[in-house]
Design a protein around this ligand. Structure first.
Ligand SMILES: [Zn+2]
Length: 254
């Protein structure tokens, strides 16, 4: 099922629909039998509901609902900044990512073996995010930040965190930059002090549960589409030179 089909879930429909809620806690997917996602008939709002132990009825979780417009913004953020498997180097031509990592045409002058200055036409170049060496884009590697040896949920949490959908806020410049731009459009948490616990960055908040459950409901976690989209999402990609991009990076935390 294509990722865009999430939008079909939030269209008005003849019958009420609900689905058990799912989340990611400390980097691991967990089903939440005492919570569910509900969409009423003629309603283009998805809401998270709780069932207290022993209670018969589910009740709305305060502040945990998303409109069709917000779901649409979420889908666009995932799909619009992600690349097909094996095509992630295309991020080098993706304007928001280029601006953040300072990819730009530059004149790279050097001296030839006779001591004469060689000046080539301007060519796209980018600094390594770790050691700052400036390289033509053909010589840079694109590193997947999460996970190296960990679980796919880590890449999902990294992308979700950048739009305010985890209990811990982003702390890096990229996450903060994109949270300021996009979190409000999906109903994510904007700003605020980061929770100084690493686990919080890998745990979804209530709005994160809504979107993760929608994806799970549509089969996009089981078929790998959500994982692939987050793995090859601009949020999870960064420029590294060959010597900085070693297999010892990004060791799993969970
Ligand atoms: Zn480097």
């Amino acid at each position: 099922m294509p990722f865009l089909d999430i939008m079909n879930k939030v269209r008005p429909y003849a019958a009420m629909r609900y689905h058990v809620a799912y989340t990611i806690q400390a980097g691991i997917e967990v089903a939440l039998p005492a919570q569910r996602l509900i969409i009423n008939t003629n309603q283009t709002v998805v809401r998270l509901q709780n069932k207290a132990p022993g209670a018969r009825l589910f009740v709305d979780v305060p502040g945990a609902s998303a409109t069709a417009l917000q779901v649409n913004a979420f889908v666009n953020f995932i799909v619009g900044h992600s690349f097909a498997f094996g095509q992630h180097r295309a991020v080098l031509n993706h304007a928001p990512w280029r601006n953040l990592y300072n990819v730009a045409p530059r004149v790279l002058a050097y001296m030839d073996s006779h001591g004469a200055a060689v000046v080539n036409p301007a060519t796209d170049s980018v600094p390594c995010v770790d050691c700052d060496i400036l390289l033509p884009i053909n010589n840079i590697t694109i590193d997947h930040q999460r996970p190296q040896n960990g679980r796919f949920e880590e890449a999902v949490c990294k992308v979700f965190r950048s739009i305010g959908l985890t209990t811990g806020r982003p702390t890096g410049p990229k996450g903060i930059h994109f949270a300021n731009l996009h979190a409000a459009t999906v109903g994510g948490v904007v700003g605020g002090a980061p929770i100084p616990v690493r686990v919080a960055k890998y745990t979804l908040n209530d709005m994160g549960k809504i979107y993760y459950t929608l994806a799970q409901w549509c089969g996009l976690t089981v078929n790998g589409e959500l994982f692939n989209a987050c793995m090859d999402h601009m949020i999870n990609l960064r420029p590294l030179c060959h010597s900085c991009n070693t297999p010892l990076r990004n060791v799993a935390y969970f």
